[in-house]
Write a protein that binds this ligand. Sequence first.
Ligand code: MGD
Ligand code: MGD
Ligand code: SF4
Ligand code: MO
Length: 701
Amino acid sequence: MSADRARGLPVTVGTHCAYCALQCGTRLRRNGPAVEVEPSPDFPVNRGGLCQKGWTAPVLLTAPDRLRTPLVRGADGELAPSGWDEALDLIASRLARLRAEHGPDAVAVFGGGGLTNEKAYALGKFARVALGTSRIDYNGRFCMASAAAAGNAAFGIDRGLPFPVTDLSDADVVMLAGANPAETMPPLMRHLSRTRLVVIDPRRTRTAEQAALHLQPAPGTDLALALGLLHLAVTDGHLDKEYLDTRTTGFEAAWQRAVTWWPEHVEQVTGVPVADQRAAVTMLAEAGRRYILTGRGVEQHSKGTDTAAAFINLALALGLPGRAGSGYGCLTGQGNGQGGREHGQKADQLPGYRVITDPEARAHVAGVWGVDPASLPGPGHAAYQLLDALGTPGGPRALLVFGSNPVVSAPHAAHVARRLAALDLLVVADLVPSETTELADVVLPVAQWAEEEGTTTSLEGRVLRRRPVLAPPDGVRTDLEVLHGIAVRLGQPAHRFPVSPRAVFDELRRASGGGRADYAGITYERLDAGEALYWPCPDVPGGDHPGTPRLFLDRFHHPDGRARFAPVEHRDPAETPDTDYPLFATTGRVLAQYQSGAQTRRVPELVAAAPEAHVEVHPDTAARYHLGEGDLARVTSARGSTIARVRLVRTLRTDTVFLPFHFPGTGRANLLTGPALDPVSGMPEFKVSAVRVEPWREKAT
Ligand SMILES: Nc1nc2c(c(=O)[nH]1)N[C@H]1C(S)=C(S)[C@@H](COP(=O)(O)OP(=O)(O)OC[C@H]3O[C@@H](n4cnc5c(=O)[nH]c(N)nc54)[C@H](O)[C@@H]3O)O[C@H]1N2
Ligand SMILES: Nc1nc2c(c(=O)[nH]1)N[C@H]1C(S)=C(S)[C@@H](COP(=O)(O)OP(=O)(O)OC[C@H]3O[C@@H](n4cnc5c(=O)[nH]c(N)nc54)[C@H](O)[C@@H]3O)O[C@H]1N2
Ligand code: SF4
Ligand SMILES: [Mo]
């Protein structure tokens, strides 16, 4: 960093963590070239705690192999350093040519839920206005999309937690369905220390170890389980009839589906004993303050939307949502997983959680953008379909990636890598080299969390300020500067793509105003004054709308004010074990690595804690397939094989193995996962593949 560019920045700032949606409050202090981090003592969500990733986040600012100059692939096939003008001129001219030859949809954009609100908004506008393409989607499709679809259908609005995280501290019982916050959001557990937990997970996770009750269904059977829990809630007399009558619609149709899911039937399908099913329902029904929370374990399935809906049905039957001290929520994952799904980087969306096919929404947003509503493209394709079409006849020929590493994180990853390689032009903006930048034709080095300002919206719907303590290193630009640079070269007026996050946020406020996720009343000034602002926060005379920490207390967001039951039915995963592939493989996370690992695999302390791909196997299963602790195993599905080190886990189901997805190369769990998608949300089936396991000996070279 040059001393000049740092001038004017305070030595200490209050900001939020680089990683997950908990967005723990931190204080950063600049100490020469180094940055020190400590938890902010007064941010209520983390209460002075951080996880290992948060404590070590500053390491990434000075990662030795950090990207510091644009790279362009030369005639020799190698990436070589280039100047910014040269790189941006090249991108713009090639995009313009592709567009002229093949139409605007020949260019696609892939965003990320780690991008700030300002970046996510600017990316959506860039795609629709500067490129004129409908082909934009983002990695949140792999993350939040099922719970979002179910939440919108049930409540008319999708805010992961419709109440502050701190409300959970008073809970008597919390059901965690397919979530492992002890590893994925450790400080959240501080709020649950006095709570009785019901954990639904095929693995006995660190979270399950703290549970009063652990239900251990076979992967992909949660929908049957949730139907069974609803069945028991009704037959055991726990239905909240007054709530049903006054606050909901559609119970009868949902009940017609649940009626055949008597407990013995559910036990057969899921493996969860009848007594445990009943105990779970009784604990929830008899508690005073109770919540049901879902995570990716129940959502990342080809029926993830229906499964989330089934847990919402259970919550509605018990009268939880929209009541003080109770509720349903889903635990949003990425740093800006909430805001990132509201402001237009989704294929079917315009800012403020508006729907891109709605004429009124188009007119409003086009007005803010100063363009003709008719010039805005229609809806595009969901993430996997977008990736799957790359380089195919009629599909996109160029892709711009901001904030994702799909070569590691997308399902059927070998196929996705082939599609990326088939493009005429792949442009990736990132902080560090990744498995996806390795395939790129142009790599653009961008600034990161502690080097730029912006806002994120945390898992509880609270808008937070990120503040810089450092200037970006020389040669590095911000994502907003990159978008500006390309847009102007494509003939856009400079003012239409501002580079100041504050200016972008002010425009986002107007664009979101009147929408479902309304930010119009939120300003940097109010946030800097320490106000805790949760959306919706409309602009009102006086500019002092207090925001909405708790949604639905009076009414749900449908025109009739009622929440809607969904008539959902169980179905099998896209594939189930057979003689060739006799085991379930499921995937997920470990504490010390984040996502595709592009960031955390560069932090020595985290690498020491979780160095390589591993596979959890029950000792009996391991013995059956001649595997021992520490051996290398080859795990094979119909898509391909992953090589991972065996960890014997006595508490795992014997029909299931588990692999974290953070590792590159032959250790990618996504070499196993398949292309089955949820028909509503576009969510891939990350949590179920049929596999076999066998010993793997590295060939001597
Ligand atoms: N350390 C760390 N923390 C993170 C992240 C990270 O990469 N690393 N990522 C962040 C992001 S983006 C997200 S989305 C969140 C995700 O947070 P979580 O949802 O807590 O994470 P996962 O590990 O993907 O899945 C949770 C659990 O689902 C279980 N599971 C697998 N299959 C099934 C099934 O069929 N049914 C049920 N009931 N459970 C199943 C797994 O065993 C796992 O323990 O974490 C965030 N926090
Ligand atoms: N098998 C399996 N696969 C999964 C999952 C699973 O549970 N199992 N979970 C899915 C889920 S929930 C998610 S969220 C995805 C996440 O997977 P990815 O989308 O790959 O997410 P990250 O690894 O966070 O990738 C972010 C990339 O963007 C870069 N980056 C970070 N901040 C910025 C920024 O501000 N600007 C730019 N330009 N770049 C930035 C990082 O360095 C990194 O290379 O993985 C999905 N894949
Ligand atoms: S829990 Fe999430 S936000 Fe908090 S320190 Fe860890 S990674 Fe950062
Ligand atoms: Mo996620």
